[in-house]
Structure formats: C-alpha cells, structure tokens
Design a protein around this ligand. Structure first.
Ligand code: ADP
Length: 401
C-alpha cells in the first residue's frame, strides 16, 4: 500500500494543532486542536473532512495524552495513526537558527540542536521538542520531519540579518535577525507568483502576514531578502499583543526609572503591548466596531498599526527596488478590507492602489484587489502553513511503502 498521508503537528506549550493530509491529491482528511493541556479542563475539537466537528472536554495532563486523544479521534474516522498509509509526521519548529535552512528528518543530533536553540526561543522550542518526542514514542518507525519557521529567512544577506552592535558580542550570544512565519512567507510568495501567472524566480513580492502575530517580508525571485521579525518575534510590526519596533532604550528606562525586572518588561512587550496595550482589544473586528462607534482609543491604535505597516511597505519597496506584488495574508490580512485599504492609501506614486469593489469581496481563494491597470498587483492570498509543512515533509520522505 502506498504511504501518502502526512500528519502535521503544531505543538505549543499548552496546545496541539493538527491536520492530517493526503498528499496524493493534497486533500485534507481531518483537522483539530487540543487546548489547555495540563489545566483542569482541557478541550479537544476534531473535524473530519466533510463531517461534523466533535468537541470533547476532559483531562489532558500532558502532550502524550493529547496525542493519544488525537489518535483516538482519528481512529474513529478510520484514519488511525497506526495506518501504513501514514508516511511521516511533519512538525512546525519555531527556531532553527542558522543551521537549519531546509526541512530536516529528525534524529538525535537534530533534537540536540533544537534544544541548543532554546535560549533564543524559550517559549516555543521546548514545546516543539515535546511534540516531536511524543510523536516518536507513538510511532518510532515513522520519519519525523522538522519544518522550521526561520528557514525561509536564512537567505537574508548579512546586511539585513545583522544588528549594528559589536560583532564579537553578537556572535558569542547568537544575536542576529532570524525572522519567523517563514513557512507562511514561503507559501504566500509562491502562491502570489502563481496568481500572477509567473514563476517565483521572476517576481518580487512584499508579503504582509497579519495575524495576531504579524510580520512583513521582502522576497526577491523566491528568496527572502529581509523580514521584520528579528532575534525573536517581538521586532517589527505592531501586533495583537506585541509592541514591534521601539527604541531599545525604553527597556533600560523601564528598568532604571520604572523599577521593572527583565521578565516584567518581557511580558509587557510581548503580551500587554501592541493593539491590546494601546486600546484593550487585539481583535481587529472589535477595533473596527469601536471605531465605527467613535471610540478614540481604538482609532489611535488602528492608526499606529497602519502607520507602522506603511513604513514597512515603503522600506521593502526600497529594499527590492522593483515590486511586482504586495500580498496580504493571515487573519487580519485576509479578512480586514479597512486594513488593506488604509495600508496602501496614498501610495499611488509607488503604483499601489486597491479597487474598493474588489477589496470588499470576501473569499477563500487568492485574488487581486488592485485596479486592472495598476503597476503593482495588490493581492489577498490566504496562507496555508499546514499544507506547506505537509508538502515539504512529503517531498523529503514521500515514497511508496
Ligand atoms: P494567529 O497569529 O493566532 O495564527 P490568525 O492569523 O488566525 O492569528 O489571525 C487572528 C486575528 O485575525 C484575530 O486576532 C483578528 O484580529 C483577525 N481577524 C480574524 N477574522 C477577522 C475578520 N473577519 N475581520 C478582521 N479581522 C479578523
């Protein structure tokens, strides 16, 4: 029997998101989420393709129990993880440092290297490691593939990847710009070229991944040349709960004058800043609703968000020299017409504009929203990180078993 299925796992500290895909025809067989692992009441939501979602609450003490619960749900649909049709398990791994430029079959040396990167990704890499080890225990015979969020950005030139600080200090502590959301930037930049009917090598694209976390990238001929996140996902755009760019001296000021500890400032900048810090809401739908009611704080938060976004569009226009397309993706990018309109407003001199009618259309397919005669295409391109992880995983291990 040929093994064409790939299970994609995205393991967080207290959650596991999963999808089972069949790479014969790139179809989705099932998808789901286990949340609040280790808490009193955990929740599992499982949706078989074309079927009714099943929800379940109970105790899921750890990742091993979570994966077993997922396996049980899949087995009910005849998709058990013991099936010979399963070719591999693909894992999202947040930080691959400089070493991992490609998806990689996991062995002990790979696990050790992911572990070595924990200091630069203290929240994410430990959870990703737990996910991999748990999956290994469940199916020791199966290839486990790590797909790194940083990999797409390893093509950045040193001029973009280095901070202008003392080189020895930076190198001693591996301080440089790595970038994140790489799987999404890779997928969306290629899908944008396809939408334009051109080869990825021939097009320059600015990708705006605007979810709760948000990042921009400049992609020249299919290779990333700059991205807005840095050593950690904190740098760059204004996000749902993260500040993005600011003067690093704000941190010393808060320590010396505000009496805050490094951990308190870490929490402030990662969890209590960005849109939620500015106006108390991080959901763009709620912010737009408040703006419609005349709420000034929501308006200011929106304006700060857009101002930063516009600065990055301008910066990456200059980095690329020639831009063929600007692509909006992720929760906000795919769904918020007001954000897309405001982000390119006034950039007509750069050849950028949106057509109000096209911008208002909703849909799941990649689509152009710029006027027909526009010099630069503006596009909405839904991201699909799970499909990209499955595709990369299968390309590495796919064979008839
Ligand atoms: P994550 O970074 O968690 O993967 P997503 O890409 O799913 O995030 O984006 C989540 C965000 O997308 C929400 O916080 C919300 O701001 C925004 N969003 C989702 N749906 C809509 C919508 N219909 N209109 C505007 N914004 C939306």
């Amino acid at each position: 029997m040929s093994s064409t299925r790939v299970l994609v796992l995205n393991s967080g500290s207290s959650s596991v998101k999963y999808q089972l895909l069949d790479m014969r025809d790139s179809s989705r067989l099932a998808a789901g989420l286990v949340e609040r692992i280790g808490e009193e009441t955990s929740r599992l939501k499982h949706t078989p393709h074309g079927g009714e979602a099943r929800e379940w609450t109970g105790s899921v003490p750890d990742h091993e129990a979570a994966l077993k619960a997922v396996a049980t749900e899949l087995a009910k649909d005849g998709l058990g993880l013991d099936s010979p049709e399963l070719a591999a398990i693909g894992h999202r791994v947040v930080h691959g440092g400089l070493r991992f430029t490609e998806p990689t079959v996991v062995d002990d040396a790979v696990l050790a290297e992911i572990e070595r990167l924990v200091p630069v990704a203290p929240l994410h890499n430990p959870a990703n490691l737990t996910g991999i080890r748990t999956a290994q225990a469940l199916r020791p015979d199966l290839p486990q593939v790590a797909v790194f969020d940083t990999a797409f950005h390893t093509t950045m030139p040193e001029s973009a990847a280095r901070y202008a600080i003392d080189v020895e200090t930076a190198d001693a502590h591996r301080v440089r710009r790595y970038g994140f959301h790489g799987t999404s930037h890779a997928y969306v930049s290629r899908a944008t070229a396809k939408l334009l009917g051109r080869a990825p090598e021939d097009v320059n694209v600015i990708v705006l991944h605007l979810g709760n976390g948000a990042s921009a990238s400049a992609v020249r001929g299919g290779r990333c040349v700059d991205t807005s996140m840095g050593l950690t996902p904190l740098e760059g755009l204004v996000m749902g709960t993260r500040s993005g760019d600011m003067d690093p001296a704000v941190i010393f000021h808060l320590m010396r004058v505000g009496g805050m500890s490094a951990d308190e400032i870490d929490t402030l900048l990662n969890n209590r800043s960005g849109l939620i810090g500015l106006c108390g809401d991080n959901d763009m739908r709620e912010i737009r609703r408040r703006i419609d009611e005349g709420d000034e704080r929501a308006r200011l938060a929106f304006d700060i968000y857009i101002h930063r976004l516009k600065k990055y569009i301008g910066a990456y226009y200059a980095v690329l020299g020639r831009v063929d397309a600007v692509a909006f993706t992720a929760g906000v990018g795919e769904n918020s017409a007001p954000v897309r309109e405001a982000a390119v407003a006034g950039l007509e001199q750069l050849g950028l504009a949106v057509d109000d009618g096209l911008n208002a259309v909703r849909g799941d397919e990649p689509r152009l929203i710029s006027p027909a005669d526009a010099r630069v295409a503006v596009a909405v391109v839904p991201t699909d990180e799970e499909m990209e992880i499955a595709t990369q995983t299968y390309a590495l291990v796919g064979k008839d078993g």
